[in-house]
Design a protein around this ligand. Structure first.
Ligand SMILES: [Zn+2]
Length: 106
């Protein structure tokens, strides 16, 4: 499944680009001490949103790496949990999945 691999590699590049934007946001130096309290409160909320987005993105990346690794080992369309083939239609919708619909409990 060459298409799926290419798709995952594109997705991985996108997620990595997104992560570096999150990191740039978190490591900004903007003299927070000079801001009034209300602005700081808003900023803190933004940071929390970015934090959770960053966590989510990292988890997605791990899943993509895992799927790519299985594809490299020729196991890309095999369920990681029960060993049964994963429905190709499922792989089309969720190219990064490594379990079949039964094991995913969907
Ligand atoms: Zn399964």
């Amino acid at each position: 499944m060459t298409n799926r691999k290419a798709e995952l590699e594109t997705l991985r590049a996108d997620l990595k680009a997104r992560l570096s934007r999150f990191e740039a946001h978190q490591h900004r130096e903007d003299g927070a001490l000079d801001k009034d309290f209300e602005e700081q409160a808003t900023q803190t909320q933004n940071d929390e949103v970015v934090d959770s987005l960053e966590t989510e993105t990292r988890e997605e990346l791990v899943q993509i790496e895992r799927a790519l690794e299985r594809i490299d080992h020729g196991l890309g369309d095999e369920c990681e949990s029960c060993g049964e083939p994963i429905d190709p239609r499922r792989l089309q919708v969720l190219p990064y999945t490594t379990v079949c619909v039964d094991c995913a409990g969907e």
